[in-house]
Ligand binder design. Structure first.
Ligand code: CMC
Length: 437
């Protein structure tokens, strides 16, 4: 006996015409109305700026429940992955949908380790930038330039090509990220070391000097690995959707990733961690107290917002923020009480305390997001402010390429081509320039 198809009925009250639209049930989460036949059957588009109620694709990679503050990669809770896994293992999980066996992990780690070097010609791209260029601008350019190095044999439908592209991206991002910093600081480029782990290698390439041995603090290595796990994927956010849209025309994968980096840079997205620290420093250095800034954030005439607060999807709490707040606390203990960053942390805690008792924030479900505390951790590790979003990009690259890979493999996927609600002028005749009023 065939199961009865679930549908919703949509009626056009002006004509009385009705259509049945299928409901698609996900394995977990909100049911979705399939509106693909709406235009052909009823002659309407749907209007949803910012994709507030629109699922743009099917995906098996990450599950997020904003009402309950749940985040899972491949079904595994982020809290367990943060506690028990490591970044490279999480990369494998996002790419393959399963945790690796010991053998699979060793092979994957080896593939990543042996793709970290950059083509020597790519080095020259860095010197084309001004010394004061933002490292995110350098990332957009250099990752985009990878497309020139790996384009000749481009065949997106060849699994081997895609595998190599995936490994190359994950492996080369820390090298590109570290070199962006080295260039801006007039330091020689440091080559990756195959005996180092992923996070360790990034710290080595960023901070080591040719004149002395560099041994990264194991506490910092662990904190960075955790930050990378928490930022590795977040389903269809702005930058991931950008990568999918750019890649939907079957463009070069590295060029599509560079579009994602551009999207991430904005302060409403990945740029928020940098903006949080700027805000905290302003508050600490000003003569005004925390309630003054809370009032500014509530004032609709003032463009000031509490950076690191609020999220499009999380309306209860951001599980990543809960994990990272604790790590931030531990790290400050580790670097020593009374460190210069303690005041920033105390100010952040004070903002959180006051805001969470204030009706403005409570009624709008505005809670600290992952960026609220991550910046203090990075700062306490000696990472400069303008590298924060770069570290986010490095961590998220696995999410971007996993979604790109899923899209290329999806028989339902098409070139992304949204419709619009046109509100411009009606047709009219061209007027010669000397006759225009
Ligand atoms: N401070 C003060 N008011 C806020 C804030 C904030 N940080 N965030 C949202 N609101 C208010 C907003 O003014 C609006 O009020 P009203 O209903 O009276 O008009 C209401 O809350 C809903 O806000 P929205 O802008 O419609 O919500 P959104 O889902 O479009 O935006 C957001 C989400 C993250 C862009 C926004 O909360 C924001 O700008 N936060 C600060 C930037 C930030 O921390 N971004 C990092 C996001 S998490 C990391 C990532 O995913 O990249």
């Amino acid at each position: 006996m065939s199961e009865k198809k679930e549908t919703v009925t949509l009626t056009d009250n002006s004509t009385g015409e009705s259509i049945e639209l299928p409901i698609i049930r996900p394995t977990n989460g909100i049911p979705t109305i399939d509106v693909r036949s709406l235009y052909s059957q009823l002659g309407y588009f749907t209007f949803d700026p910012g994709f507030v109620s629109t699922a743009s694709c099917r995906s098996k990679i990450t599950f997020l429940d904003g009402e309950q503050g749940i985040l899972q990669y491949g079904g595994y809770p982020i809290e367990q992955l943060a506690e028990q896994s490591n970044y490279l293992e999480v990369c494998y999980l996002l790419l393959h949908g399963e945790l690796p066996s010991a053998e699979e992990y060793a092979e994957f780690k080896n593939d990543i380790t042996y793709h970290t070097a950059l083509h020597e010609a790519l080095k020259r791209f860095f010197s084309g930038f001004r010394r004061d260029a933002h490292p995110m601008a350098i990332m957009v350019g250099v990752v985009g330039a990878l497309s020139a190095f790996y384009h000749k044999h481009k065949n997106l439908h060849d699994e081997d090509y895609r595998h190599k592209a995936v490994h190359r991206l994950i492996a080369k991002m820390p090298t590109i990220a570290a070199w962006s910093y080295r260039y801006a600081n007039g330091l020689p480029f440091t080559y990756p070391q195959n005996h180092l782990g992923y996070a360790e290698n990034f710290l080595h390439m960023t901070f080591s000097l040719p004149t002395e041995e560099y041994v990264p603090d194991p506490f910092f290595v662990k904190a960075l690995d955790l930050i990378m796990i928490l930022h590795a994927d977040h389903e269809q956010n702005a930058s991931t959707s950008t990568v999918r849209l750019a890649g939907s025309s079957e463009s070069n994968p590295f060029a599509s990733i560079s579009a994602g980096i551009a999207s991430l840079w904005g302060p409403a997205h990945g740029g928020a961690n940098e903006a949080v620290i700027k805000m905290l420093v302003d508050i600490v250095e000003s003569d005004n107290d925390v309630p003054y800034y809370i009032n500014r954030a509530k004032d609709k005439e003032d463009r000031f917002r509490l950076m690191g607060f609020g999220h499009r999807v999380y309306k209860n709490h951001d599980p990543r923020a809960t994990i990272i707040r604790e790590t931030c606390h531990q790290l400050l203990e580790h670097v020593g009480k009374g460190s210069e960053y303690q005041e920033l942390f105390d100010t952040a805690v004070e903002i959180e305390r006051i805001a969470l008792e204030d009706d403005y924030f409570v009624s709008r479900n505005l809670y600290p997001n992952v960026d609220f505390y991550s910046g203090i951790i990075l700062l306490a590790m000696g990472i400069p402010l303008n590298m924060f979003t770069v570290i986010f990009a490095m961590s998220r690259s696995v999410g971007w390429i996993s979604h790109w890979n899923e899209m290329i493999n999806d028989p339902e996927s098409k070139i992304g081509r949204p419709r619009q609600l046109y509100e411009g002028a009606l047709p009219r005749d061209f007027v010669e320039i000397d006759q225009r009023s």
